[in-house]
Design a protein. Structure first.
Length: 217
């Protein structure tokens, strides 16, 4: 049966490394077996009012919480050599890459998929494929923008799409939905998205990785 870790981040401001909450939902053999969340103090603990309006977390709420590098020693076990899923994975995986680079932490080795991209190919004609709209459509309980709840909803959405395609292997998601699976590895990453040639994907990965590293020098 399918195994993966659904992931969601909330951020304090427009900087991707400003993570203030992380939530996960662990799926084993097609069932959610564990969920967790961490409140995190961003390095500068500066919150934009627009972000506060979305998730309700403030600088005071995380003033006594650990920074990301402290919680990563515990959390990284969920990600190393794992399959990871996020709804709009380009955002969440960018947050992960940027915060790891900020603290000069090694990237874990993992494969990932975007449940938003999967949903758009699994169900045609919906007005919205956002997490809230899909959760309402499929009667998934959701406290939107609470990271753990968002991760749980993401897991349910991907499981539903896989069940309808009779998929039991994470690696089959890409071919089944015409998508390229994303990868994160020590030297860089390959984004999830439409199927592309390996040469083009690697070139984009190398350019993006160079940009991330240089931004923290």
């Amino acid at each position: 049966m399918i195994n993966f870790v659904a992931l969601d981040f909330e951020t304090a401001n427009h900087h991707r490394e400003s993570i203030c909450e992380m939530g996960i939902a662990v799926v084993e053999d097609g069932q959610i077996t564990e969920t967790r969340s961490w409140r995190i103090r961003p390095r500068h603990n500066w919150f934009h009012y627009g972000n506060i309006r979305v998730h309700g977390i403030t600088a005071d709420d995380v003033a006594e919480e650990p920074e990301f590098d402290s919680i990563w020693s515990e959390a990284k076990a969920y990600f190393e050599h794992a399959n990871v899923v996020a709804h709009n994975a380009s955002f969440d995986m960018s947050c992960l890459r940027h915060v790891l680079a900020q603290y000069e932490l090694a990237f874990p080795s993992l494969s990932y998929a975007c449940s938003l991209q999967v949903a758009r190919r699994a169900w045609f004609g919906y007005r919205s494929y956002g997490l809230s709209a899909l959760s309402q459509r499929f009667s998934i309980a959701l406290n939107h923008h609470a990271a753990e709840s968002d991760a749980i909803a993401c897991a349910h959405i991907l499981l539903r799409a896989c069940e309808e395609k009779h998929l039991t292997n994470f690696a089959d998601i890409g071919p089944a939905f015409g998508l390229q699976m994303g990868r994160l590895y020590h030297a860089g990453y390959v984004p999830a998205g439409k199927l592309k040639s390996p040469k083009a994907s690697q070139a984009k990965s190398d350019r993006a990785q160079s940009s991330i590293r240089s931004s923290f020098r």
